[in-house]
Design a protein around this ligand. Structure first.
Ligand code: CO
Length: 619
C-alpha cells in the first residue's frame, strides 16, 4: 500500500485514496449532525458507486444525536447503510477508551461495542485519544483487530513546545507496534500548514510501514494546500466532503481536490458524474437540514494566530453570554493558552477542549483556579490519561490538595460495566443487546429514546429535531444558534457525570467479552431523586449558600446518584452541598466551613441566577 512514485506517461498513475466524510464529519461540522438515516439512504447507492476509498458515516456525534434529536437507533442506521453500500468500506471515528462518549468506559464495554460495530458492518475504525496517550488507544485497537476490523491509529495534531515531529513519530511507532493497519493525522483545528505537513508526513513515511492518511478542516482555509503537500510527501489518502457539504469548518471539497490531484498526475478513482449527482442531492437537501441561523464566515483567519479551534470560540462565546459576561471574551481568549499550558498542553479536541475552555472561563470570571470543575480535577488527577507535558505543579497542588494523581492506565480502575448496565434497564425497554451498549454510552439520552420508542406508533411525542425547525410563534426571540459541531465543540453534557465512579482496581479479564444477556428481572430505571418542594426563603432565616453563577441547581451529581446533603444534615468544610450545572459542567458548590443545611430553597433541576440563595444553613 505504500506510495511509489511513477515516472512517464505509460506508467500506472499513483492512486490517491479519498475518504468521503459527507455522511459524518461534514454534516456534524455544518448541519449540527442533523442528517437523518433516510436522507443518507436516498443517496447511498450513488455514494457507494462514486469510487471513494471509504465512507465515514458513523461515530463522532452521530450516535448521540441519532437518539437525542432524531429518535433513531444508530445501530439500525449502520445496518441500513451497510445493506446499500456493498462496494465501499464503511468507516467510523472512535474516541479510544471514550468510544463515542466523553469519559472512559470499562474494557468490557469497549470490546463489546467494537464487536457489535464489526458485526453490524463497520470496516474501518479511526481510533484517537484527545491526549495522544497510547494507553487509552490499546483496548480499542486490539478489539478492532480481534473482531476483524481495520484499525487506523490516529495522531491528534496540535502545536506546542512538547509536540514535535519526533514526538509524533514516536507515537506512530507505538501504535504500529499495537498492530494498526494505517495511520491518520487528525488536524481537527485545521491549523497544519503545508510546510508542516510535508515535514511530518515525510518523517512518518520514513519511520513506519503502514499507509498515512490526512484529515483536516477548512476552518483557516489552509487544508486544500496542506493536503497537496501531504500527498507529495507520501500520504496516500485524504478526507474530503462533497462540495455543498465542504469548506467552512468542514473538509475540503471532493471535486476540487480531485481536480487538483488529477492535474498533478494522480489517479483518484472518482467518477465525476456521480460526484455531480451526489452534490445536486445535497444542494437540494440544504434548505431542510442546514441550521437556519448559521452565519459562518467562510474562513476564520483568527485561527491562524491563536490556534484555537473555530467552533470552540463560538462555544465560549455562548457560555459567556449565558453568564451575562460576553464583554470578557478577549480575556478568556488570552487566558486559554495559559490554562492549556498549566494543563500540560493537551490537544484541544473533545473532551479536553471543553475541560480547558470551561476552566479558562471560570479562571476569568471567578479568579484563577478559585473554582475548579470536577472534570479539571479529574484531568489533573490523571483520570483522562497522561498529559503531553507535566501539569504545572503549583496548579496541581492547588487543585488536588493532598490527593495523589494516578499513574496507571485510567481504565484499569474501572469495574466491568455491561452486566450492571443491563441490570439497570427495564426489560420492556430493551430490544437487542446493542441497546445496552447505547445505554452504557449515553444513559439518559438512550433511556429517553427507549421510552419514546416504547410508545405506540402514531402516539409518540414529536421528534426533537422536528420541533427545532418549526417556525417560532410571532413575538418569540430568535432561536439560539445551532450548536457548533466540530468534534472539539460537540455536546458534552455527560462529561460531568461519571468519571467519579472510578473505584477499585480490577485485573483485566482475559478472553472475549461475551454477549450481554438482556435484563430479566424488573429494575427501576435510575432517575434523579425528587427534591422536596421549595419553600419561600423568608419562612426560614439565617445565612445562605448562594449560586456563584447562573445555571441549573441539582441536589446530586448525576442521575441516580444520592443527594449530596440532606436538610438537617451536617456538611464538612470542603464537601459539596449541591451542584450547579453551568456551561455543561457539573460544578460542586462546597461548604466553606462546617455547616448544617436548614432548608433548601430551590428545587432539583431549577434554573438559578447568580447570587440567588440556594439553601439556608447554620454554622
Ligand atoms: Co474532523
Amino acid at each position: 500500500m505504500k506510495q511509489t512514485k511513477t515516472v512517464g506517461t505509460a506508467a500506472r498513475k499513483t492512486r490517491i485514496r479519498i475518504t468521503d466524510t459527507t455522511l459524518r464529519d461534514a454534516h456534524q461540522s455544518l448541519w449540527a449532525t442533523r442528517l437523518r438515516t433516510d436522507d443518507i439512504l436516498a443517496i447511498a447507492e450513488a455514494v457507494d458507486q462514486a469510487g471513494y476509498y471509504s465512507l465515514e458515516c458513523w461515530g463522532g456525534a452521530t450516535f448521540d444525536v441519532c437518539m437525542r434529536f432524531l429518535r433513531e437507533n444508530p445501530w439500525e442506521r449502520l445496518r441500513k447503510i451497510k445493506a446499500v453500500c456493498k462496494n465501499t468500506p464503511l468507516q467510523m471515528l472512535l474516541r479510544g477508551q471514550n468510544l463515542l462518549g466523553y469519559k472512559h468506559y470499562p474494557d468490557d464495554v469497549v470490546e463489546r461495542f467494537v464487536a457489535l460495530a464489526c458485526e453490524n458492518g463497520m470496516d474501518i475504525f479511526r481510533v484517537f485519544d484527545a491526549l495522544n496517550d497510547p494507553r487509552n488507544l490499546e483496548k480499542a485497537i486490539s478489539s478492532v483487530k480481534k473482531y476483524g476490523g481495520h484499525a487506523q491509529g490516529t495522531i491528534s495534531y496540535t502545536t506546542s513546545p512538547v509536540h514535535t515531529v519526533e514526538s509524533f513519530v514516536q507515537l506512530a511507532k507505538q501504535m504500529e507496534s499495537m498492530g494498526i493497519d494505517s495511520l491518520c493525522i487528525k488536524d481537527m483545528a485545521g491549523i497544519m500548514t503545508p510546510a508542516e505537513a510535508s515535514t511530518l508526513v515525510g518523517a512518518l513515511v520514513k519511520s513506519i510501514k503502514v499507509p498515512v492518511q490526512v484529515h483536516s478542516h477548512m476552518t483557516s482555509g489552509m487544508a486544500a494546500a496542506m493536503y497537496l503537500s501531504a500527498v507529495k510527501a507520501g500520504a496516500g489518502a485524504v478526507d474530503t466532503a462533497i462540495s455543498t457539504m465542504s469548506s467552512f469548518s468542514s473538509q475540503p471539497p471532493t471535486e476540487t481536490m480531485a481536480a487538483i490531484f488529477e492535474a498533478e498526475g494522480y489517479d483518484t478513482n472518482l467518477d465525476h458524474a456521480k460526484l455531480a449527482e451526489i452534490n445536486a442531492y445535497f444542494r437540494g437537501l440544504k434548505k431542510d437540514r442546514a441550521p437556519r441561523t448559521t452565519a459562518t464566515e467562510p474562513v476564520d483567519a483568527g485561527v491562524l494566530e491563536h490556534k484555537i479551534p473555530g467552533g470552540m470560540i463560538s462555544n465560549l462565546r455562548s457560555q459567556l453570554d449565558q453568564q451575562g459576561a460576553l464583554d470578557r471574551l478577549q480575556e478568556v481568549m488570552d487566558e486559554l493558552p495559559k490554562t492549556r499550558a498549566d494543563m500540560g498542553y493537551p490537544p484541544l479536541v473533545t473532551p479536553t477542549s471543553q475541560i480547558v475552555g470551561i476552566q479558562s472561563v471560570l479562571n476569568v470570571l471567578q479568579g484563577r483556579y478559585k473554582m475548579v470543575t470536577q472534570e479539571t480535577k479529574n484531568y489533573v488527577k490523571g483520570l483522562y490519561g497522561r498529559a503531553p507535558a507535566p501539569i504545572n505543579p503549583k496548579v496541581a497542588k492547588k487543585i488536588l490538595g493532598g490527593e495523589k494523581p494516578i499513574t496507571c492506565r485510567p481504565a484499569d480502575l474501572l469495574k466491568p460495566g455491561l452486566a450492571e448496565a443491563a441490570n439497570q434497564l427495564e426489560p420492556k425497554l430493551v430490544q437487542k443487546e446493542e441497546d445496552i451498549l447505547s445505554y452504557c454510552l449515553f444513559p439518559e439520552v438512550a433511556l429517553g429514546y427507549f421510552k419514546w420508542r416504547a410508545q405506540p406508533e402514531g402516539q409518540r411525542d414529536p421528534i426533537p429535531a422536528d420541533l427545532e425547525r418549526q417556525p417560532a410563534p410571532a413575538g418569540t426571540p430568535a432561536p439560539a444558534p445551532a450548536p457548533a459541531a466540530d468534534e472539539s465543540t460537540e455536546r458534552f453534557a455527560e462529561i460531568g457525570q461519571l468519571v467519579a465512579e472510578l473505584a477499585s482496581r480490577l485485573g483485566m479479564t482475559a478472553g472475549s467479552v461475551p454477549a450481554v444477556p438482556l435484563p430479566k428481572k424488573s429494575a427501576p430505571a435510575p432517575e434523579a431523586a425528587p427534591a422536596p418542594a421549595a419553600e419561600k426563603p423568608d419562612e426560614v432565616s439565617g445565612p445562605t449558600v448562594n449560586a456563584p453563577f447562573n445555571g441549573t441547581f441539582f441536589r446530586s451529581d448525576g442521575p441516580g446518584k444520592p443527594e449530596l446533603a440532606q436538610e438537617g444534615g451536617a456538611v464538612k468544610a470542603g464537601d459539596p452541598v449541591c451542584v450547579i450545572e453551568a456551561m455543561k459542567m457539573f460544578n460542586p458548590i462546597k461548604a466553606d466551613k462546617p455547616l448544617t443545611v436548614v432548608k433548601f430553597l430551590v428545587k432539583h433541576g431549577d434554573n438559578v441566577a447568580k447570587g440567588q440563595p440556594l439553601a439556608v444553613v447554620k454554622y
